[in-house]
Design a protein around this ligand. Structure first.
Ligand code: GUN
Length: 282
């Protein structure tokens, strides 16, 4: 039987409506700033989508664009300014950064309670401890999508393909918190298919179009595709969607699956950051 398609657009829409409702009675609106450095075309598109959505639901949103040849000091100065700015409750620095910029030092410079990407060592450490303060938006969005299927996560075998700090690792930790048995696969995994075939829940986050084929998926699995790969002008996921949807129980499409969730959760994190900053300032 063909898989049920998980509609990330619909689920994201209901999260956004919930945020809109929550902020409608507030005098001060949540303030989000987005920093972009350089001219990465994909980053431009993502950042503009984030700004547009933030404005549409009534946030105060600022885009700060620095040039491709910006220095470490210039980026750090902006980070320091946004750390101190009382109109801004949370901000992100869009990745990747140009090669002259040390990404780690920039992320380390963001105050943890304003780090709405959840990338800072403090927020990642909180997640490891099971204390979810500000958690990276994409894995959090994936958890919401899994939740929407109604399946029980506890006791399931979950496989995460990809070990990045922003998706794979936090994803594995979130699944572990919900008592799944979790395996993280990566480029050095000896037999990827043997691992993915065991997965009741399979999350693909590697950035390789169509890597996950039908014969690598267990019958009735929940398949979450984080990949966004541009191939001949077309956006493709890490999963061979057309074939895998004939075997999986649930599957996310690309586009329209994880992508819309990432933005909705970023805005949800900003609202959370507003509560955190207000506790600190007032
Ligand atoms: N680049 C790709 N995804 C993300 C994200 O979620 N946040 C930031 N800051 N950069 C990204």
């Amino acid at each position: 039987m063909a898989a049920k398609i998980i509609d990330g657009k619909e689920i994201a829409k209901s999260i956004l409506e919930d945020i809109k409702e929550k902020i409608s009675s507030m005098n001060e609106k949540p303030g989000l700033a987005i920093v972009i450095v350089g001219n990465n075309p994909a980053s431009e598109i993502y950042v503009n989508m984030k700004v547009k959505k933030a404005n549409a639901i009534g946030f105060h949103c600022e885009k700060h664009a620095l040039s491709e040849d910006a220095t470490q000091e210039e980026v750090m100065k902006l980070v320091d300014k946004l750390n101190q700015d009382r109109k801004i409750h949370g901000f992100i620095v869009q990745l990747p950064l140009p090669e002259q910029i040390n990404e780690k030092l920039i992320i380390d410079g963001i105050l943890p309670h304003k780090d709405v990407d959840g990338f800072s060592p403090v927020n990642l450490g909180n997640l490891v401890n099971g204390n979810n303060v500000l958690v990276s938006a994409t894995p959090q969005g994936c958890m919401e999508l899994i939740k929407s299927t109604g399946i029980e996560i506890a006791g399931k075998y979950a496989v995460v393909v990809g070990r990045s700090n922003i998706v794979g690792k936090p994803m594995a930790l979130l699944l572990l918190q919900k008592n799944a048995t979790v395996t993280v696969c990566h480029s050095r995994t000896k037999d990827l298919a043997a691992e993915t075939r065991k997965a009741d829940i399979l999350v693909a986050a590697v950035g390789k179009a169509g890597l996950i084929k039908k014969d690598m998926v267990k019958e009735n699995a929940v398949v979450i595709d984080v990949g966004t790969n541009k191939v001949n002008g077309k956006l493709l996921g890490d999963v061979d969607f057309e074939a895998v949807k004939e075997k999986a129980g649930f599957i996310t499409p690309v586009p329209g699956g994880v992508g819309p969730m990432t933005i909705a959760i970023l805005l949800q994190n900003t609202l959370k950051a507003m509560e955190l900053t207000e506790k600190i300032w007032n």
